[in-house]
Design a protein around this ligand. Structure first.
Ligand code: 5GP
Length: 189
């Protein structure tokens, strides 16, 4: 049987982190695929658990060595990418990688694994609501908030590429819906 993987995508602030945590708890053997990133760790983030934090030089070296399944410059001069070694590690451990990556990354992965991937897009109820959620998170400056809103509008335009779309109006309902989708994809009753 071909190994499977799941990608989950959403504009930042659309509830992706909560839904991801819910899925990881409810659906073993789903396991978070740790991405590489060149941004600074936020408070509470742990290297190797949230991201493999690395320098731009290190990241570029890995691009040259073809070590990424996909990578993107998600924000200006900030690289993010999925290491092939991470996916192989999880598969060799009989896990199903859950990739929390940006739209283009998810589309690249889908193209590489058309028959054994499930791509889920979480849609926020509105841009206004997204703005409110990002503000309440308290981690953004005025400038980074606007960057994320612009990015969200851009990402929403790719929604139709995804296998499944969930509107996150109500977090618990969105979580339940995501769980059912993944269980079905994995063939678990
Ligand atoms: P944050 O800086 O908020 O952790 O993440 C910013 C964005 O980078 C999010 O949209 C997230 O999905 C995306 N991202 C995280 N890891 C990867 C990755 O490995 N590849 C790609 N293409 N995007 C990623």
């Amino acid at each position: 049987m071909q190994s499977k993987l799941v990608t989950i995508n959403a504009p930042s602030g659309a509830g992706k982190t909560s839904i991801t945590h819910y899925l990881l708890e409810k659906v073993p053997p789903l396991t978070f695929s740790v991405s590489a990133a060149t941004r600074k760790a936020r408070s509470g983030e742990v290297n190797g658990r949230d991201y493999y934090f690395m320098s731009v030089d290190e990241f570029r070296k890995k691009i040259q060595n073809n070590e990424f399944l996909e990578w993107e410059m998600v924000y200006e001069s900030k690289y993010y990418g999925t290491l092939r070694s991470e996916i192989e590690r999880l598969w060799s451990d009989d896990k199903i990688p859950l990739l929390d990556i940006d739209v283009k990354g998810a589309i690249h992965v889908q193209q590489q694994y058309p028959d054994n991937s499930l791509s889920i897009f979480i849609e926020p109820p509105s841009i206004k609501e997204l703005h409110k959620r990002l503000l309440s998170r308290g981690t953004e400056t005025e400038e980074s908030l606007q960057t994320r809103i612009n990015k969200a509008e851009y990402e929403l335009s790719f929604m139709h590429h995804f296998d499944k779309v969930i509107v996150n109006d109500d977090l618990q309902e969105a979580c339940d819906e995501a769980e059912k989708m993944v269980m079905k994809f994995l063939g678990v009753k």
